[in-house]
Design a protein around this ligand. Structure first.
Ligand code: NDP
Length: 338
């Protein structure tokens, strides 16, 4: 059983050498009286939160922090080989929390959903039909409360979550602009993902001026994925009674000291609602989300860009690539295709 384990707690930017591949034995049998499920992992999801779990910390209870020499945990798509749990049987496909290894015992009491629709790529359950999809849906519609005609700005816009927020904004009848870190990503946003405008934030010496150019009347919803300098530039450009769903702050995850945000007083004058959220609190809406998104996928009205690497041994490179923007779209690792 090949696995990816953490070598040691991570300081600064994560490196491939912070993880290692080890081979171990696994008994492909569910022990008597054990209510877990033995799965073969097919697709693993690379998620920015995994970096946050690579340090010793105690303020997030929802997640299992990594410990050295143990396999990473994360979202994945898996096939049930054997089940000690009454709700699961051999051959079922599931998505949810698993481990970075070929075979795992998973606990259905953790996040675990049975996959019912297989006319779409299975890997989508690490992205558009899985955790990032739910994140975009809950963050944009529930926290962002969008209205037709509003102006929406999305950072890390071509990524797993951002590309969906932009498309959901267009479906709602909003004007949407995305920022991303390369020309290739900007072209993707404008030509494939239907954003009205997009820009490369790395080539904008003055982010405030760029935002004023794209939003002369200001921003109604800023979907926050990156934090730091981007947030600081956005705040003065927000409109009265605008909203900021705070999904993530990837620019801060590797810093020893978070960057100061100086423009927070705009929250007061503009009556801005800035609200953090965690997708785990919204999984009760998962079936409603599927009803919404599946027809759009089937009709080609919502598309999804994935960046797929083959082989568990290439997982560490793919994971650390999130922090240099190497991934174009949702970063997926294929462990096995069936
Ligand atoms: P992505 O697929 O967007 O991958 C990460 C991207 O972030 C990179 O490709 C890169 O794109 C960008 N990035 C990396 N470093 C920086 C930086 N220093 N400054 C600006 N951009 C940077 O990831 P996801 O869509 O999976 O996640 C997006 C955000 O949503 C993250 O902050 C994540 O933590 C958060 N999240 C929160 C959840 C919740 O429940 N609240 C659930 C899921 C995700 P580029 O080339 O454009 O710079």
């Amino acid at each position: 059983n090949k696995r990816v384990v953490l070598r040691n707690y991570v300081v600064g930017f994560p490196k491939e050498s912070d993880m290692k591949i080890v081979e171990g034995r696994v008994k492909l049998k569910v022990p008597e009286g054990f209510d877990k499920v033995l799965v073969k992992n097919l697709y693993l999801s690379c998620d920015p939160i995994m970096r946050v779990l690579m340090i010793k910390m105690d303020f997030i209870d929802e997640y299992h922090h990594y410990t050295p020499d143990a396999p990473l945990t994360g979202y994945g798509v898996s096939k049930v080989l054997e089940s000690g749990h009454p709700d699961y049987k051999k051959g079922d496909l599931v998505w949810g929390i698993t481990k970075w290894e070929e075979y795992s015992f998973i606990s259905p009491s953790q996040i675990c959903f049975k996959i019912e629709h297989t006319d779409v790529p299975l890997s989508y359950y690490t992205g558009i039909l899985g955790m990032p999809g739910m994140t975009a849906y809950a963050g944009f519609f529930e926290i962002g409360s969008p209205k037709k005609g509003e102006n929406v700005f999305v950072s890390a816009a071509s990524g797993a979550v951002g590309q969906l927020v932009g498309q959901f904004a267009k479906l709602t009848g909003c004007y949407v602009v995305g920022s991303a870190g390369s020309k290739e990503k900007v072209d993707l946003l404008k030509n494939k993902l239907g954003f009205d405008e997009a820009f490369n934030y790395k080539e904008e010496p003055d982010l405030d001026a760029a935002l004023k150019r794209y939003f002369p009347e200001g921003i109604d919803i800023y979907f926050e994925n990156v934090g730091g300098k981007t947030l600081d530039a956005v705040l003065p450009n927000m409109r009265l009674h605008s909203r900021i769903p705070v999904c993530g702050m990837i620019s801060q995850y590797n810093l020893a000291e978070p960057e100061g945000v100086t423009n927070l007083a705009h929250l007061i004058f503009k009556r801005i609602k800035m609200e953090g959220f965690i997708v785990n609190d919204f999984y009760h809406s998962y079936s409603k989300f599927l009803e919404f998104v599946l027809p759009h996928i089937r009709e080609g009205k919502v598309v999804y860009v994935e960046d797929i690497v083959e082989g568990l041994e290439n997982g560490p490179t793919a994971l650390v690539g999130l922090f240099s923007g190497r991934n174009v779209g949702k970063q997926v690792v294929v462990v096995a295709r069936e």
